[in-house]
Design a binder for this molecule. Structure first.
Ligand SMILES: [Ca+2]
Length: 200
């Protein structure tokens, strides 16, 4: 009886599998920043029927830096039989603008003097301007315009700037109109002079 030696080889034909793959990640950064440099996640694992030789290679290792936009993170599992499986998720970095416009030249307070008997005066100023990282900073409202008449007393002038994300910045200054005493003084001097009676 011939002795037949039998050899059994276990051939791994099943590729490994990614498990615990993270869900897609969405992060927000302030408009103007290039991206998010601290995105982190729990890495997936690689399981293979052979139980050995699992290698997990990724295009990114947490924590990682991602530019604004969508980036795909891919893991590749390889087993001892050189069978591979890839799995991936996306990191989506979006921008948002939460910073109000920056006002460049809010006018100084003004004090104007009018003659006694005059109740108002026109005031002039350079209209303030503003900038914003979004490129949009428009005047949403203003209470007065240069050349407006201002009554005696203090009036607050206000400009409101708004960017494209509805962030607002306010510039305000005061126009104070005071009554001068020039005519009053002149009349007083004349009255005092009329009382001077020559002694001779
Ligand atoms: Ca802004």
């Amino acid at each position: 009886m011939a002795l037949l030696d039998c050899f059994f080889f276990v051939v791994d034909t099943t590729p490994p599998q990614c498990t615990n793959l993270p869900a897609d990640i969405t992060r927000f950064v302030e408009l103007g920043l290039p991206g998010d440099d601290s995105v982190t996640w729990v890495e997936p694992t690689c399981e293979d029927a052979s139980g050995t030789g699992r290698v997990l290679v990724s295009t990114f290792t947490p924590p990682a830096s991602f530019a604004v936009g969508t980036t795909t993170v891919t893991y590749t599992c390889t087993d001892d039989a050189s069978l591979t499986t890839s799995c991936s998720f996306e990191v989506n970095v979006q921008t948002r603008d939460t910073v109000p416009p920056v006002i460049a030249n809010c006018p100084d307070n003004q004090v104007l003097t009018v003659e006694l008997g005059t109740e108002s005066m026109r005031a002039f100023w350079a209209v303030p301007t503003a900038t914003d990282v979004s490129g949009v900073a428009t005047i949403e409202s203003n209470t007065h315009n240069p050349g407006d008449l201002f009554n005696v007393g203090m009036t607050t002038v206000m400009y409101v700037f708004v960017d494209s994300s509805q962030n607002r910045a306010t510039c305000q200054f005061t126009i104070t109109v005071e009554t001068g005493r020039t005519q009053h003084h002149r009349r007083l001097v004349i009255a005092q002079e009329s009382l001077l009676i020559p002694l001779n």
